[in-house]
Design a protein around this ligand. Sequence first.
Ligand code: FES
Ligand SMILES: [Fe+2]
Length: 418
Amino acid sequence: MLTVEENQRFTQVGPGTPMGELWRRYWHPIAAASQLKDISTKKVRLLGEDLILYKDRSGTLGLIEPHCAHRRMNLIYGIPEEHGLRCPYHGWMYDETGQCIEQPYEETEDPDARFKDKIKMQAYPVQEQAGLIFAYLGPAPVPLLPAWDVMVEEDVIRDIGYAELSCNYLQVMENSLDPIHVEWLHQYWAGYVIEQLGRPELNRERAIHEKIQFDRTEFGIVKRRVIKGGNEDDDDWKIGHPIVFPNMLRQGSRGSGGAFQIRVPIDDVTTGHWWLRWYPKKDGDVDQTPEAVPFYKVPVPEIDEDGRVPWDVLDNNSGQDIVAWITQGAIADREHESLGRSDKGVILYRQLLEEGMATVADGGDPINVFRDPAANVYHHLPTENNVRAFTKGPQRQRGGAATKYSPILIEREGVVKY
Ligand code: FES
Ligand SMILES: [Fe+2]
């Protein structure tokens, strides 16, 4: 359990909070590049801050505060110019550093007017990678955008899914350190869901976990398990799969493709969930430009007045996970939780967060902040290929949102059946 104060420390991400300062040391996805294909501005909220992402006509991306420094019109209506974003109200223009670079009337009345030099709005750096646009809200110097494994590979094609969840990030991340939920939520309960949906062909036997272990690695935590009928020679145990601190889960295999699940605190009670899925290139696949990486929204179950969601959004792992996360409440009451042996991964993750907050408070860089380009070329993340917990157990393999809704998978395999 945590005290009320400890829980607040772990869950508050706004500017100036210890956890908010830790999260501000990392780059975070804020949009898919394809979301700026047909429009030039997009509302963004990240770590409790409201911002406007824009792309000007030369293709430069900017992320600036939403209200014009003149008389505060919202720049969601901003006009992209060759270089910069112009406020529609009186024509002031800003560049990607937030600097005001034009004030048309001031300059008409006095061609030497330098008022604009004094006007600088809050702006943050952005960078594109793997079809995602990332932002950094922390202090200078700006660290490098990490080169995580398949994020920077070129022999794959990708698609990007997104859901906005009405709960704090910690509930979502703790789930990644919790292998036991697989056999209950994604197998036993999933079997019940399938029964409710009138698809009784699935049984509800579990792939029983006999042993779980979590080890610290250079990049975070590796999660290992032995499933009944298997042993320590299985990939699930020998290799396991990585949780990249502070907010990524990597799944899948090099051969058949997989996904990064990236969890981003939008504010204390909202989490952005990204599925960046990749597939090995096949004959005929062409290189994707960032804007050509397909984007889809994952439907978020709506809880009705009886406290339930429709069964049909629960027929996949992600739907089941999302309901587990959001029904804990906007911020889980950890004063009344009861952690057991199954939760040692949750406890280890909290330890890493604690250490990260302490490092930042001491003025240091927490893990996974990279500054040396030579040491940020490609970070390999060992991941099991055969996942006994899903594929060798009694249940058929079931996918999550990234497979149920993935446009590339649907195109390659036709309608994905659930
Ligand atoms: S409010 Fe933006 S230019 Fe006046
Ligand atoms: Fe899950």
